[in-house]
Design a protein around this ligand. Structure first.
Ligand SMILES: [Zn+2]
Ligand SMILES: [Zn+2]
Length: 268
């Protein structure tokens, strides 16, 4: 009823560009064509999309396709999935949610995440958003990962445990750092809430974040949760940066742009 009443007063607008659209909470045709939904073929573990199945290496019991990076060294989390490729199109949805107070974007983004991560949601005991440091939370007033986790919880029925992980300190943007440097910066950046250990025993946790870049942040969280007794930690993000080694030549500049323009990715 509320939606119907609102539609008559204010025509529904595209979530990204504000063009008038037929119904609330949707993208116009042009913006919809501008976002790239991630589907198969993709890496069974980290979820990075392949241009074609030939880029995957069959590994493990089921001979699932793994990207070269995961075939070489399995990630500490179980599986990661994301709704969108992190590019110019999805940045127009994800960045306004992160910095622009556009909290109404969380619902439609979470619906796409629920679709991309349906298998992960099915086995999750609870959802844990990647936390923001308290100082950033005060400045920004909300944690975009927690908003997404709450929406996902409502869509899936999986409970949300928003305070289970805490951020001990604010970290610098990780995007200009190498892997070893990121890991060093993140060492000790997170801690568990009191009582978390009892809650985690033998449980399946689904970590929720907005943008997955190198995976360093979610790896640090997964290590802490697994060390405290969780049986499995999966990751569900709104968007993920592609692996440049899997791109064809033409895609490399867009990958560089994704990292350069984004002071945020992985984590601020
Ligand atoms: Zn639009
Ligand atoms: Zn992979």
């Amino acid at each position: 009823m509320g939606g119907v009443a609102l539609d008559t007063l204010l025509p529904p607008r595209c979530l990204s560009c504000s063009t008038i659209v037929p119904s609330q909470g949707t993208l116009c045709g042009e913006c919809f064509r501008g976002v790239t939904l991630i589907g198969s073929p993709l890496c069974h573990r980290c979820g990075v999309p392949f241009l074609h199945g030939g880029q995957g290496v069959p590994s493990g019991e089921g001979a699932e396709l793994h990207c070269p990076r995961c075939a070489l060294r399995s990630p500490e989390y179980g599986q990661a999935r994301a709704a969108y490729l992190y590019d110019a199109g999805s940045r127009r949805l994800v960045l306004p949610l992160k910095y622009g107070d556009r909290t109404e974007l969380a619902g439609p983004i979470a619906r796409q995440m629920a679709h991309a991560g349906r298998e992960l949601l099915e086995r999750a005991d609870f959802l844990v958003p990647v936390p923001l440091h308290r100082r950033r939370l005060l400045a920004r007033r909300y944690n975009q990962a927690a908003l997404l986790a709450w929406k996902l919880s409502r869509l899936s029925g999986v409970p949300c445990a928003p305070d289970l992980l805490r951020r001990r300190r604010a970290t610098q943007p990780l995007n200009k750092m190498g892997a070893a440097e990121r890991a060093a910066v993140l060492e000790g950046a997170f801690r568990l809430a009191p009582g978390a250990v009892a809650k985690l025993q033998a449980r399946h946790v689904l970590l929720v974040d907005d943008v997955l870049t190198s995976g360093a942040t979610v790896t640090a969280c997964a290590r802490l949760l697994l060390g405290a007794g969780a049986a499995r930690v999966d990751v569900l993000a709104a968007a993920r940066v592609p692996d440049p080694s899997l791109a064809d030549g033409a895609d490399l500049p867009s990958f560089r742009n994704a990292l350069d323009h984004d002071a945020t990715a992985d984590d601020v």
